[in-house]
Each structure stands twice: as structure tokens, then as C-alpha cells.
Design a binder for this molecule. Structure first.
Ligand SMILES: [Zn+2]
Ligand SMILES: [Zn+2]
Ligand SMILES: [Zn+2]
Ligand SMILES: [Zn+2]
Length: 752
């Protein structure tokens, strides 16, 4: 997903292996990214581009009016089956394939509004009704839509607007008497029913303390750092020749304190695992639901009712405002390149978008400053010396004489020592060019040049409008490279940076709907982003902070007491509670090029723990863990039980199926039956799974959810606490997952 698709990767690697030795050597030993790019780029031949074009052809990114009808019909089928969530997503797919102001699009919006209505999403339903109307919803179907609108308004407690809608409806009927009587009756009946429902609702406890959730999201830094915008005043920026830049506590920090709150400089929604469509026509339109169907492509917010880009079918947004902003900042360039970007992978996409966003800063200034900095830094940092040289060539020139006076002590900071959250900060992230293999660098360089050629073909004028040499004149640095090469080298730099600096924006995805208080959750990767301030943090396998995301905003909080002078760490992924030391060190070495010496690694090096069988089976007689490969035998004293793995695995699969069935009942509101099934699962699990097994946690969580829905808060809390123990074992006591689980428990206690 991050890198280009496998077919392109292996094609280019083969191309590399067939290159004359001398060229391989030239590329492998290229001193700068500029050289690397200049030597690799011409090797991209027309036949390579043809091959890439064929691969891209597998992605359906344009609009296809036939698909609109196809998805609408599939959606109607789901609607009839009362799978409103499934119907909503399919109608959304229909919307993205329909042309603006077509009957198709208005029908999709109208149908989606019906599904949203059944999901209780009344506000969103109203929006879709308006959308259907503005896109030319057929006159003869209007009464149905107005009926729904009135019902929404009543449910939302907006009686005046509702009665206005009703009178609109009545005049509509008056104009077409054929429609009137029966439908009006239905409306009256519905109104009565809905009014009663509203009264009932008022007496129920508020399940989602909306106000609480809001304050939780809106928390700001208590005192913003003057040197580092987006960070708290409790941290300071330091630099060290060996470990580079890092953050340190400038005072004692209590657990829970917000340390960083930063919006991503750039982010790209991960499309999810969408394989290019096979060459047969059978599965031309897929029915898969991915991140791209449920999240805004700009702000990443979850949405059941996206609006599509007018020019393509893959970019969808939470609102017209987001769509417009995305268009102005980057999508006008990206729109026609969708298939190519999917083929070349997310890193390439982030690289392109970063350079596009840079257009909105004074690029000439940035370059001038960077050139100035490198003159001064040659002395202090081994890593940055290397970087400075790369910069120098990347940007096509020596720093002017007068730049020498500019002193910046820490890369990425301005003259006053202020860290700038801008393109310059992004540019300063290390590409680790020396650590990547020559093949990898070649793949990146060739992929970037393929992208550059497409940009050229698509009319580069618009793309580089803001980077005309006139802008660069101010710096008095001669532009050695053609415009395109400057952009190409910058993108190559970003692609190489991303391996170490890309931050995954994750979200806790809930399997149930929002009304269910307790839901089955898992962390999923939503987007790939660059955060200038978050990037300043070093890694630890047992970090003293935890990170979470709201849309494109990252927040980092202390997860324990951090004493003044201690370094602030976060975890790059390999967390001690998720994997053993060997796996962690291997991951950190291959992806981030360093050997971890964090306290957890030091501790484990001395006494390597054998993991306590988190996914283990246990003996049905004595509950001791079972050990072995094909045949497992009981580890308990005086127990001779043994059993084949095959049998246990098939029992586990069976159990998972049953849990799934119970969860489905739960979602459909058949609570008693769900509980009955889950209790069966629970006792089955006890007979062969360890108490910390993930499935045990799932069962407890589902039971907690069922009891919460019944209003039995005490039982709900008991089960939730058991689920909490499993989450703690799997994700660690200070993980985001744990935080979410505790938040649920707080809500249960609140309600009880
Ligand atoms: Zn949005
Ligand atoms: Zn588009
Ligand atoms: Zn470590
Ligand atoms: Zn036993």
C-alpha cells in the first residue's frame, strides 16, 4: 500500500538487474539525491510507461454512469434486507459514479436519505434530501421526499420547520390531486407515532454524553510553547550529534497532560486493500467497503454520506467545503492521476501532495533559508552534513554569500530558534539516503519520474505556477535544474523520508453502530501523514506518552509521570506489549535503521521473557497452558493431557463463528438471544482458551454491550472489566486501546 504495487515493483527490480554494471554503480554511488534522480530518470523508457499505464488501467477511478445504476440496485437490495448501513455505502458508491445534476445522482441521494433515516441519522438525512432536490430529483417523486423531511424535522424537535414542510407537501398534493389522500394519511399516522417516540426518548437516560465527548475532543494545550507551535510549554527542543533532534520535559509532567496537539502538514487517506480489478468484466464494480468509502478524503472524518469530486469517482468528502479546499490545494492536480497514484502507492502520493502544498508557502524563501543553513551546519552534525549536501544539490545551487550570516542552531528552526511547522520543517526530515538499498532508491526515482512525466502531460503549468524562477530570484541562487527536476528531486526526497517519518493516522473502528454503547473495537490505519512536531520525538518500546487522533490532528499525552529533564518518547509501532524484543529490534533496524536501546530493550536483553501465551490454548482439566507444535501437551504438574493442534484450531474457528453470529444478533437488537449465545460461547472458551485470549475479550465486550443495551449497568461493568484485562495484556496499560476501554467503563458507571 505504501510502496508501488507488486507488479510495478518486480518489473522495475528486474529492469534494475538487467542494467549494465557501470550504470548500476553510478546510481548506487550517487552522492546526492539530485544525481540519483538525474541518472535514474532517463532510464524510464516509453515501454515502461506503457506497462505502468496498463497496470493503472486496472483501477476504476473515473465516473461510469452504468455503475451508478448497478450500485443503486445493489443498495436497494440491501435496503429491502434491512441492512441500512450496507445500503448507505452502496448508494454512496452510486453517487460517486453519477454525473453532477443528473437524475442518477438525485436518485442515489434520495435513496441514501431513506437509509440514513432508518439509521437514525436525521441531520445527515436532511442534507441528502437537499442534495437530491438540488440535483434535480424528479417532480413526481417529491412527496415521498418531503414526507421523510417532515418526519426528520419532527424527530429532531423542529416542529415549525416540520409544519412548513407539511404545508409544502399539502400544496404539492393540491397541485396533483392524484397523489393526495392515502399518502397524507400515512404522514399523519407517522407524525403521531414519531411524536410519541420523542416523548419516550426524553425519559431515557442519555446514552452518549455528547457534551463529555465534545470537551474531550476540544481540549487545547494549556500553554503553547513559544519555540515549538503545537507543543506544550512543558517541553523543550534539544539536539545531539548522535541522536539528532529530540524533546525533553522542562518541568515535571503529570500523566494525562497534553504535550502535543498538531494538525498534519500533509495526509493521504489510505485507500484500503483495493486490488486492481481483474481483466475479466465479471467483477468490474466491486462491492467492497473500504476506508475510502467511509472517511472524508481531506479531513478524514467518518461520514456515512460523502459527496464525490465532480471529476472522479474515488475522491469523496464529508462536505462541499472540504471538497473545495482539497480541490484548491491539491486535488485539481491529482484528480486525473488517481489510477497512477493508486498504482504507485501512498508514499508517492504523500510526496506529490507535500510538494503541491509547498506552493502555498514562499518556496523561494524556504530554499534560500535551507541553502543558508547548510553552510553553517557542515561543522556540527555528521548526519546533517550529509543532509546539507543533499539539500544543496537538491535545490539546485550554492547558498548565496549573504546567507552565510544566518545562524540557525537547530535544523528546521528560524533565526530566532523557533521551530517552523511548515514545508521547511518537512524538508528537513532525514531521507536516510545512505541506508536505503540501491534497488529501492532506483524504484523510488523511476516511480517519481513516471509521475513527473504524467504531470507534464497533464499540463505542468498549473502545477508549478507558484514556483516560477521569478520567485527564486530573490535568493540569488541560480536554478541549475529544470523546474520539473526540482520537483522530482523534492518528491524523491519525500519518498525516502517517509519510510522513517511517515506517521500512520489510526482510528479505533467500531463494529457496531453509534447507538450501541459498548462496541467491538479495533485499531485501523486510516491515513499516512507527516507531522513536523511529532517527528521530533524519538522511539521507545515502552514510551512515556500515548498518541491518538481526531481527524488529521494528532494529540500526544503523558502516560506516566515524566520528570524534568527526561526525554519524551513515543512508540513508532513496535511496542513491548505487542511483540518480543527480537521482532521489535528487527523491525526497527529494517525500517528505521537503528538499534533500540530503550529501557524495555535493555531490560529484556538481560532476561528475555518468553511471552505468556496470549493467544494460547489451555488444558480443559487443570487450566495450565498447553505447549508443543502439532501435538500440544499440558504443562501442569501431574497432568498428562494432550491434544492435537488441528483439533484446537478448528474448535477456535467454530467458536469465532458463534461469537460472530451472536454479535450479529446484538446489532439487530435481539439482546436476550445474543446474551444466551454469548454465555454459551463464554463457557466453551473457558474450556480451551487462556483467560487472556483475544476471543475471550471479544465475548466479554459483547456481553457488556448487551447488558448496557438492557440498562443493566452493573452486569455490563463486570463484563467490561474482564474485557479490560484482555485489552491490557494485548495492548499495554497505557495504550490508546486501553484508554478507549476505560472511557467505555466510565460511561457505564456514569449511566449506572
Ligand atoms: Zn472533510
Ligand atoms: Zn477528482
Ligand atoms: Zn526498545
Ligand atoms: Zn492439564
Amino acid at each position: 500500500m505504501d510502496l508501488p504495487v507488486d507488479e510495478w515493483k518486480s518489473y522495475i527490480l528486474q529492469k534494475w538487474s538487467l542494467l549494465p554494471k557501470s550504470i548500476q554503480v553510478t546510481i548506487s554511488t550517487a552522492e546526492t539525491l539530485n544525481d540519483l534522480f538525474l541518472h535514474s530518470s532517463p532510464l524510464l523508457q516509453p515501454e515502461d510507461e506503457m506497462f505502468l499505464k496498463r497496470l493503472s488501467g486496472g483501477y476504476l477511478v473515473g465516473k461510469d454512469p452504468d455503475a451508478s445504476l448497478f450500485y443503486r440496485e445493489k443498495g436497494n437490495k440491501k435496503f429491502q434486507e434491512k441492512d441500512y448501513m450496507g445500503a448507505t455505502v452502496l448508494y454512496s458508491k452510486g453517487v460517486s459514479h453519477s454525473g453532477s445534476n443528473s437524475t442518477d445522482i438525485s436518485l442515489c441521494y434520495a435513496n441514501r436519505s431513506a437509509a440514513l433515516f432508518h439509521l437514525g441519522q436525521y441531520e445527515t438525512c436532511l442534507k441528502d434530501i437537499v442534495r437530491a432536490q438540488t440535483h434535480g430529483y424528479p417532480e413526481r417523486l417529491q412527496p415521498k421526499l418531503l414526507l421523510r423531511k417532515a418526519e426528520c424535522l419532527v424527530t429532531l424537535g423542529r416542529p415549525q420547520e416540520a409544519s412548513q414542510t407539511i404545508s409544502d407537501l399539502e400544496s404539492n398534493f393540491a397541485a396533483k390531486p392524484a397523489l393526495s389522500a392515502s399518502q397524507l394519511q400515512i404522514l399523519q399516522r407517522t407524525l403521531c407515532r414519531v411524536k410519541v417516540k420523542v416523548q419516550e426518548k426524553e425519559n431515557l437516560p442519555e446514552i452518549f454524553p455528547e457534551a463529555l465527548t465534545k470537551t474531550f475532543e476540544c481540549v487545547d494545550l494549556r500553554e503553547e510553547n513559544e519555540q515549538i507551535p503545537g507543543a506544550s510549554s512543558s517541553v523543550g527542543l534539544h539536539i545531539d550529534p548522535l541522536k539528532g533532534r529530540y524533546l525533553v520535559a522542562t518541568k515535571d509532567i503529570l500523566p494525562g497532560e497534553l504535550l502535543v496537539k498538531e494538525d498534519a502538514f500533509v495526509s493521504v487517506l489510505n485507500p484500503g486493500e483495493v486490488p486492481p480489478r481483474p481483466h475479466g468484466l465479471e467483477s468490474k464494480w466491486d462491492l467492497q467497503v473500504t476506508n475510502g468509502d467511509l472517511h472524508c478524503h481531506r479531513c478524514l472524518r467518518h461520514t456515512l454520506a460523502p459527496v464525490p469530486c465532480d471529476g472522479c469517482s474515488y475522491a469523496k468528502y464529508c462536505s462541499r467545503e472540504c471538497m473545495q479546499q482539497a480541490w484548491d490545494r491539491y486535488h485539481s492536480v491529482e484528480c486525473s492521476l488517481g489510477a497512477l497514484l493508486l498504482t504507485l502507492g501512498v508514499f508517492c502520493h504523500v510526496a506529490l501532495r507535500s510538494t503541491l502544498l509547498a506552493r502555498f508557502e514562499d518556496v523561494g524563501e524556504v530554499i534560500k533559508k535551507l541553502c543558508g543553513e547548510m553552510n553553517n551546519q557542515r561543522i556540527c552534525l555528521p548526519e546533517s552534513k550529509n543532509q546539507a549536501q543533499i539539500l544543496k544539490y537538491d535545490l539546485g545551487g550554492e547558498g548565496g554569500e549573504k546567507d552565510k550570516a544566518v545562524e540557525t542552531p537547530i535544523p528546521g528552526c528560524d533565526i530566532n530558534g523557533k521551530y517552523e511547522r511548515n514545508y521547511s520543517a518537512i524538508f528537513h526530515l532525514l531521507p536516510h539516503a545512505k541506508n536505503h538499498s540501491p534497488e529501492h532508491k532506483f524504484l523510488c526515482a523511476v516511480s517519481v519520474s513516471a509521475l513527473c512525466r504524467q504531470l507534464e502531460a497533464a499540463g505542468l503549468q498549473a502545477f508549478t505556477e507558484d514556483l516560477k524562477p521569478t520567485k527564486l530570484k530573490a535568493s540569488e541562487t541560480p536554478v541549475l535544474c529544470a523546474e520539473l527536476n526540482v520537483w522530482g528531486v523534492a518528491m524523491l526526497r519525500h519518498m525516502l523520508q517517509l519510510q522513517c517519518n511517515a506517521q500512520a493516522i489510526t482510528t479505533i473502528q467500531q463494529a457496531g453502530s453509534k447507538e450501541n454503547l459498548i462496541t467491538d473495537t479495533r485499531q485501523v490505519r486510516l491515513a499516512t501523514a507527516l507531522f513536523p512536531v511529532v517527528s521530533l520525538l524519538n522511539h521507545s518500546c515502552s514510551p512515556n506518552t500515548s498518541m491518538s487522533f481526531i481527524g488529521t490532528i494528532a494529540t500526544i499525552r503523558a502516560s506516566q509521570l515524566i520528570r524534568r529533564g527526561q526525554e519524551i518518547f513515543h512508540c513508532y509501532g513496535p511496542h513491548e506489549s505487542r511483540m518480543g524484543i527480537a521482532e521489535r529490534r528487527q523491525k526497527l533496524r529494517s525500517q528505521y535503521f537503528f538499534d533500540c536501546n530503550c529501557p524495555a530493550c535493555e531490560r529484556e536483553k538481560q532476561s528475555p521473557l518468553s511471552g505468556p501465551g496470549r493467544e494460547a490454548f489451555c488444558c480443559h482439566r487443570c487450566r495450565a497452558l498447553l505447549q508443543g507444535d502439532d501435538v500440544l501437551s499440558c504443562g501442569g504438574p501431574a497432568c498428562t493431557e494432550s491434544v492435537s493442534r488441528h483439533l484446537l484450531v478448528s474448535r477456535l474457528q467454530d467458536l469465532q463463528r458463534q461469537v460472530g453470529a451472536a454479535q450479529k444478533r446484538l446489532r439487530n437488537g435481539r439482546l436476550e438471544l445474543a446474551i444466551q449465545l454469548l454465555l454459551g460461547c463464554q463457557s466453551d472458551a473457558e474450556s480451551f482458551l487462556s483467560a487472556e485470549h483475544r476471543v475471550v475479550g471479544e465475548i466479554e465486550d459483547a456481553l457488556a454491550q448487551a447488558y448496557a443495551a438492557l440498562g443493566d449497568w452493573e452486569k455490563s461493568a463486570t463484563h467490561l472489566q474482564k474485557s479490560l484485562q484482555v485489552v491490557e495484556v494485548h495492548h499495554g496499560p497505557s495504550s490508546v486501546e486501553m484508554g478507549h476501554e476505560l472511557f467505555k467503563l466510565a460511561q457505564v458507571f456514569f449511566n449506572g
